[in-house]
Design a protein around this ligand. Structure first.
Ligand code: CO
Length: 155
């Protein structure tokens, strides 16, 4: 009997809390020069993609989904693509001061960015992929860039 209870308890522990929300990273080429990307941000301050690969000149349609529950004032997420060679930490410090503009500073370092979303919200940006190279993307909400970052690779 105890064994059975343990087994049932174990099953419960192993059941994902968010079983209704598949956490599948999505990068899909929907036309020869068009890539549609869905990236998720969570209440755990994480993106579900650490690397995105596209081709130079692609039309990129990127949707950021906040899969958490916390409001954007506490756990806001955006997706900001930075020019190659940007000092990410210095940029993040600038972004912190741009609260009135959803943490998007006036900067020539930004290639593209989404809006800022809270739990349950999503936002989409469309842009043309820059030239071949490796670029950083981050969430520019204060304190998030260290955990919420990845590489945008243009081939
Ligand atoms: Co964030």
């Amino acid at each position: 009997m105890n064994f059975l209870i343990s087994l049932i308890a174990l099953l419960f522990i192993n059941t994902p809390v968010n079983s209704t929300t598949p956490n599948t990273p999505s990068i899909e080429r929907t036309a020869p020069n068009r890539v549609e990307i869905t990236i998720e941000g969570s209440d755990q301050m994480k993106f579900n993609l650490s690397e995105i690969k596209v081709k130079a000149g692609d039309t990129v349609v990127l949707t950021l989904k906040h899969t958490g529950k916390l409001p954007k004032t506490a756990m806001g997420h955006n997706w900001v693509l930075l020019q190659s060679g940007t000092d990410v930490k210095a940029f993040a410090m600038e972004a912190m001061k741009a609260k009135d503009n959803d943490y998007i500073p006036e900067s020539d370092k930004i290639i593209a960015h989404t809006g800022l979303v809270g739990g349950g919200e999503e936002t989409t940006v469309e842009f043309t992929a820059p030239g071949k190279g490796e670029y950083d993307f981050i969430c520019s909400f204060p304190g998030h860039y260290a955990l919420m970052n990845g590489k945008f690779i243009v081939e």
